[in-house]
Ligand binder design. Structure first.
Ligand SMILES: *[C@@H]1O[C@H](CO)[C@@H](O)[C@H](O)[C@H]1NC(C)=O
Ligand SMILES: *[C@@H]1O[C@H](CO)[C@@H](O)[C@H](O)[C@H]1NC(C)=O
Ligand SMILES: *[C@@H]1O[C@H](CO)[C@@H](O)[C@H](O)[C@H]1NC(C)=O
Length: 366
């Protein structure tokens, strides 16, 4: 017992010699502390919409959301953890709460600005979500705060070695599809989405942000949510949505390549969520699932009507599957925790056909 304690003290002594720390008031940071900033939509939103004025349709704060891991609904649109939660774990950070959470002040670990339903365009679910431009505004506020707390130089350093994770675009296309009133051709619309995303990356760059990870769009035309809107055209997936998704996924790497040539030191990876999720939809049993097309929680065709939890505009009726581990989709538009876990493991370690060119581990290490 005594020797155990002795070794423990020795360990602390070693750690404090090997890992230099720097303190600012009551905040102490290890040298090369890497923060994580998160932008985008429900795939990475850990509860932002709990703190804004919106409709229950834009929230996941009702049972059975969160039941597998947290045992209560946290605002995450799934049964458990999302990509940023797994990433924080692998990077040895604490779970990063929403930027808007009133009790959150450990900004040196990063912040999560993502909002379920948000897109790159202000028009996408306007007034009901924190759109990407507003997320950027919050990021700039945080930059000012960090400068006050840590000083100009340390704040800039923190932002320049931080990792930026962005999942955005899906809602712009889903909004276009469901509102069915776009004056833009698919190609024009993709240009707007990519153009607005580009502007946000440039603004983050100006504040020091260099190391980005972008999710490409997952197969939107195959979401139970989309298939339930047009079941007559949903076999295997809704082609008009699939085609615009593919256009976006082609335009994204082109735009990023161009940006990299203009912004010195910009580093990014694209995580191919399209292929990753597509494989599990088509061939669930190969990856440890039993059902790839029907969601666990919802009603109607493919359980694709967005009624999970019974408190949304579409009404109280919903079915809940018995074993969520068997399902690729938790609710009509969102994957299950197991999908996110498998995906984050692979982008962390760097499975070559899932993320290129840098693994997340590499981005955190360098
Ligand atoms: C969109 O509008 C067209 C023509 O007005 C209509 O035929 C089509 O069913 C609508 N689609 C959806 C998803 O509402
Ligand atoms: C961003 O989107 C808006 C429409 O919401 C559009 O008017 C504007 O031109 C876009 N900006 C870029 C740089 O593409
Ligand atoms: C739920 O499904 C998973 C994966 O198919 C399986 O490993 C597990 O045993 C199942 N649990 C129950 C209670 O059936």
């Amino acid at each position: 017992m005594k020797s155990l304690r002795f070794h423990f003290y020795l360990l602390i002594l070693y750690a404090s010699i090997i890992i230099p720390t720097k303190c600012f008031g009551n905040i102490c940071l290890q040298k090369d502390h890497v923060a994580l900033f998160i932008f985008g939509d429900s795939l990475v939103d850990v509860g932002t919409n709990n703190y804004i004025d919106t409709l229950t349709d834009n929230r996941a704060n009702i049972p059975p959301y969160g039941e597998t891991f947290f045992k209560y609904p946290t605002g995450r649109a799934s049964n458990g953890r999302l990509i940023p939660d797994f990433l924080a774990e692998y990077a040895n950070l604490e779970l990063i709460p929403p930027y808007l959470h009133p009790g959150y002040h450990r900004y040196v670990d990063g912040a999560n600005f993502a909002s379920g339903g948000a897109g790159t365009l202000d028009e996408t679910r306007q007034g009901l979500v924190v759109a990407l431009n507003t997320q950027l505004k919050y990021f700039k506020k945080l930059d000012t705060l960090l400068k006050q707390r840590l000083g100009e130089k340390e704040a800039k350093k923190l932002l320049s070695i931080a990792v930026y994770l962005t999942s955005v675009g899906s809602n712009d296309y889903l909004f276009r599809f469901t509102s069915n009133s776009s004056v833009y051709s698919p190609k024009e619309y993709v240009n707007l989405v990519i153009g607005n995303l580009t502007t946000v990356i440039e603004e983050i760059y100006k504040k020091g942000g260099r190391k980005h990870v972008f999710l490409n769009l997952h197969p939107l035309g195959c979401l139970p949510f989309v298939k339930a809107i047009k079941p007559e055209n949903a076999n295997p997936c809704v082609e008009e949505v699939t085609s615009i998704t593919k256009l976006h996924n082609k335009a994204l790497p082109k735009a990023l390549k161009k940006l990299k040539s203009e912004l010195r030191g910009l580093k990014y990876s694209i995580a191919d969520f399209y292929t990753f999720l597509g494989e599990r939809i088509v061939n669930p049993s190969k990856y440890g699932f039993k059902e790839g097309k029907i969601s666990c929680c919802g009603t109607g065709p493919y359980n694709g009507i967005y009624s999970c939890g019974g408190k949304r505009a579409v009404g109280p009726k919903y079915e809940l599957c018995r074993n969520i581990s068997d399902y690729v989709f938790f609710d009509a538009p969102h994957p299950s925790e197991k999908v996110y876990q498998q995906f984050t493991e692979q982008i962390w370690s760097g499975t070559p056909n899932v993320i290129q060119p840098h693994s997340l581990k590499e981005l955190f290490d360098h």
